[in-house]
Design a protein around this ligand. Structure first.
Ligand code: BES
Ligand code: ZN
Length: 825
């Protein structure tokens, strides 16, 4: 394969000025669109003079294809026949792909994605259907920066179907993308497994392909692997043929799907299995001997598949669902169609050593990835600009599922942490809109962020609450049906919701997805009228220029009547019915953004704020609203819009807080103020510490170190959060008790004195006692790290190692984190 640079004809845009446009052949037939065509180079083709009908495509040069955001559209894959032979010991693989291609416009070129693959020019040919001919390319060029192969033929390819065949070789890399190796232990021996991770654009590192989400095709996969291994792919096995030490495994052909969802895994695994009511096999694959740790995820998966079938009103499209824990894994989980891969901590649950927080993580991640089987896999974003449709939606609906299965977890209150994280990123001037231009493959990774996931989920929640749950669900089902086995854009979802609801969904939502940021709505009560003003909230304290269509909700003295309206202007007065009577009451209060379903902040005038503080103290507000009052006040304070003393005064109003998420938020808020003070006002630190410990101690006494029999999930979460916070604040009796319990645990890992929910807190407390002349606590934690085979235990240790007050110990801990002993588990 030639890897030399082609002579530069100065006709394609330089890589710096990439255009998010398809190659002109695929663009609008409108003649005015021709102005966008690149100037053609003056090249002659002596052997095949172009006929008039084929002029444009035939005259192109390979240079046209460089520096483009997307592949040209003149040829598209319909079916891939992919064969892969991994060598697990040598960490290499060989493969061949035979692609049925539809040539839609005249061309001498085929352009496909490929990266880090060895392809010899002699390994490529194209056979137009029915011609009996096999065309060999005159040149195969690898454009490294663009990750494409430009295959040039001497003649114009006939329109219609043909088969492109490419043989190739590659390395099972250690970068956790493309076709890679992960290391595991079997009977004390280290072994390699082969795993794929293709999203967003790494299928091209495994086989040459049209590696963009809108080029959907059918996949027929065949693997040649050692006899003793388990070989998995998106579809079930149809046949296995043993030939000596290896076997050939043939998988059933898939429905049409995008390349980023293709998956292949080869290694040694055990599994647990269950079936949905309609007979879909669901399996959780784990390391050999650990299949019991897959049971919880299996239960959740079966329930989730049943729920989503009903919610989307479309059955799960594949015959099986396999889920598997991979020891070395880049993200949390990946929704490959029918073969979902997970980091171990996001799939496995050990009854004795996993914490309540681990359990919740597993449930939410499983629900998220299974949601993608519909939202993402069956209906796929047309381009990465619409990634948020995948991720924002899956994030939102994973809470819907978790809420159904575990109502006692109050996950919709916990969801507010998602919004808070979205708010935080989106308050920066360098944020980006939910729908973002993606002009180069390198830009895709950047948008798997809190804007796509968390703001995305939050604006979906805002819309659902505005339209109503039932209309929302019915319109979604219609959207899924309409775009199944196809691709969709954000606009398509809005159109379906607009049709289903009769509401101006497009106008409303454009203001949230096409511009970055969000508003803070300032509220003043004046002469019996409510004055509202919106400005863009920025954490720097300056005012942005954005303006939104804000779905305002409002309660006045009671939750029994809620007012709703769209606030479109910059400023407006509202006459509220019932306001005057309500105002006469002693405990008068007004709360906007009821239950925090809107993605905006609210700033109240002094009088309204103090009344809300009172409503928090007397526990009149809903848990979500108590969270919101604190979160908004904190953000406004950090942006310099309110006094710190107002915030501290408000925090004190949470002294009888009963809801886990609200109290946890008060704790985290307090700790971040404490950390800031350590730098900005060290002279105040002692007072601040006393204030916080006085605030936390009564809660800690109530919750204690030991689980009460039959206590709930949220109590378990609260115990860990409270004790960790006290440990971080250096609370002596918490540290002493932690050390006492830890010492017993060190001798007996099964002791009931240190249940999983308090372990992280105990480790953090222990590290408070470590300094460079007494490192025994640190060494003990390393011992636990090295001895455990549970990833969640390792993560607890890693998360506490740097909690020493001694900078030298912190440095040593950080060096350990960067050492080869710590991998992405
Ligand atoms: N599609 C993503 C995985 C992914 C992330 C692929 C980044 C490529 C780049 C998957 O559905 C996902 O969102 N995983 C989350 C977990 C989820 C529960 C939020 C993750 O990996 O953290
Ligand atoms: Zn996702």
């Amino acid at each position: 394969l030639r890897k030399t640079a082609l002579p530069h004809y100065n006709i394609s845009p330089s890589p710096k000025k990439r255009k998010a446009k398809r190659f002109w052949l695929n663009s609008s037939p409108n003649p005015s669109a021709s102005s966008e065509r690149p100037t053609l180079p003056n090249l002659s083709f002596p052997h095949t003079p172009p006929t008039p009908a084929v002029t444009m495509a035939a005259e192109q040069s390979a240079e046209h294809f460089r520096g483009q955001a997307r592949l040209p559209g003149f040829a598209a894959p319909r079916r891939y026949d992919l064969r892969l032979t991994p060598d697990l010991a040598a960490c290499t693989f060989a493969g061949s792909v035979s692609v049925s291609v539809d040539v839609a416009a005249p061309t001498r070129f085929l352009v496909v994605n490929a990266a880090d693959l060895d392809v010899s020019p002699g390994d490529v040919h194209f056979a137009p259907k029915g011609s009996g001919q096999v065309l060999l390319p005159v040149e195969v060029t690898s454009a490294l920066e663009d990750e494409i192969l430009i295959i040039r033929f001497n003649e114009v390819l006939p329109l219609g179907e043909g088969t492109l065949v490419i043989a190739f070789q590659g390395t099972l890399n250690d970068k956790m993308k493309g076709f890679y190796r992960s290391v595991y232990e079997l009977n004390g021996e280290k072994k390699n497994m082969a795993v794929t991770q293709f999203e967003p654009a790494d299928a091209r590192r495994c086989f040459p392909c049209w590696d963009e989400p809108s080029f959907k095709a059918v996949f027929k996969i065949t693997l040649e692997v050692p006899c003793e291994t388990v070989a998995l792919s998106n579809m079930p096995v149809v046949e296995e043929k043993v030939n000596g030490p290896t076997k050939t495994v043939y998988f059933q052909e898939s429905p049409i799907m995008s390349t980023y969802l293709v998956a292949v895994i080869v290694g040694m695994f055990d599994y647990v299995e269950a079936f949905t009511a309609d007979g879909t096999s669901v399996r959780v694959y784990t390391q050999v001997g650990k299949s019991a740790q897959g049971k919880f995820a299996l239960e959740v998966a079966v329930k989730t598949l049943i729920l989503f079938k009903e919610y989307f009103a479309v059955p799960y499209p594949l015959p099986k669902m396999d889920m598997i824990a991979i020891p070395d894994f880049a993200s949390g989980a990946m929704e490959n169609y029918g073969l979902v891969t997970y980091r171990e901590t996001a799939l496995l649950f050990d009854e004795r050593h996993s914490a309540a927080a681990n359990k919740q993580r597993v449930a939410v991640v499983v629900a998220h990835e299974l949601a993608h089987q519909w939202f993402g896999n069956l209906v796929t974003m047309e381009w990465w600009t619409h990634l948020w449709l995948n991720e924002g939606f899956a994030t939102w609906v994973s809470y819907l599922a978790a809420d159904r299965f575990f109502p006692e977890w109050n996950v919709w209150i916990q969801f507010l942490e998602e919004s808070t994280t979205g708010f935080r990123l989106d308050a920066l001037a360098g944020s980006h809109p939910i729908e973002v231009d993606v002009n180069h493959v390198d830009e895709i990774d950047e948008i798997f962020d809190a804007i796509s996931y968390r703001k995305g989920a939050a604006v979906i929640r805002m819309l659902q609450s505005y339209l109503g749950a039932e209309i929302f669900q019915k319109s979604l089902a219609a959207y899924i049906k309409r775009f199944a086995y196809s691709n969709a854009k954000t606009e398509d979802l809005w159109a379906a919701l607009e049709e289903g609801s009769g509401e101006p969904v497009k106008t409303l939502m454009h203001s949230w997805t096409k511009q970055q940021g969000y508003p803070v709505v300032s509220v003043k009560l004046k002469d019996g009228k409510l004055e509202l003003e919106q400005t863009q909230f920025l954490s720097s304290g300056s005012e942005g220029v954005g303006q939104w269509v804000v779905p305002i909700t409002l309660c006045c003295c009671s939750y029994s009547v809620q007012q709703k309206f769209l606030f479109r202007g910059k400023q407006d007065d509202f006459n509220l019915s019932g306001l005057v009577e309500c105002q006469k009451k002693d405990d008068f209060w007004i709360k906007l953004n009821v239950d925090q379903t809107g993605f905006y902040r609210v700033s109240y005038d002094e009088e309204l704020a103090s009344r809300l503080r009172h409503a928090v103290e007397t526990n009149i507000l809903s848990a979500a609203d108590r969270y919101g009052v604190l979160d908004d006040t904190y953000a406004l304070c950090m942006a310099g819009k309110q006094k710190l003393v107002t915030l501290l005064h408000l925090i004190a109003a949470y002294k009888n807080e009963t809801e886990y998420t609200v109290l946890a938020h008060a704790i985290n808020t307090s700790l971040s103020i404490y950390e800031m003070m350590a730098v900005a006002a060290p002279e105040e630190l002692v007072n601040m510490k006393k204030f916080l410990i006085d605030f936390l101690e009564p809660f800690a006494q109530r919750v204690g170190w030991d689980a009460k029999s039959g206590e709930g999930h949220l109590n378990a979460l609260l115990r860990g959060t409270l004790l960790s916070a006290l440990a971080e604040l250096g609370h002596q009796s918490t540290i002493d008790e932690a050390v006492r319990r830890f010492n017993v645990f060190l001798e007996d890992r099964e002791t009931p004195l240190l249940p999983p929910d308090v372990r992280k807190a105990a480790y953090v407390a222990l590290m408070q006692t470590v300094n460079k002349s007494n490192k025994s606590g640190y060494e003990s934690l390393l011992k636990i790290y090295r001895e455990t085979d549970l990833s969640q235990e390792k993560v607890r240790v890693l998360g506490s190692l740097a909690s020493s007050p001694d900078p030298d110990v912190v440095r040593e801990a950080l060096n350990f984190l960067l050492s080869s002993e710590v991998t992405r588990k």
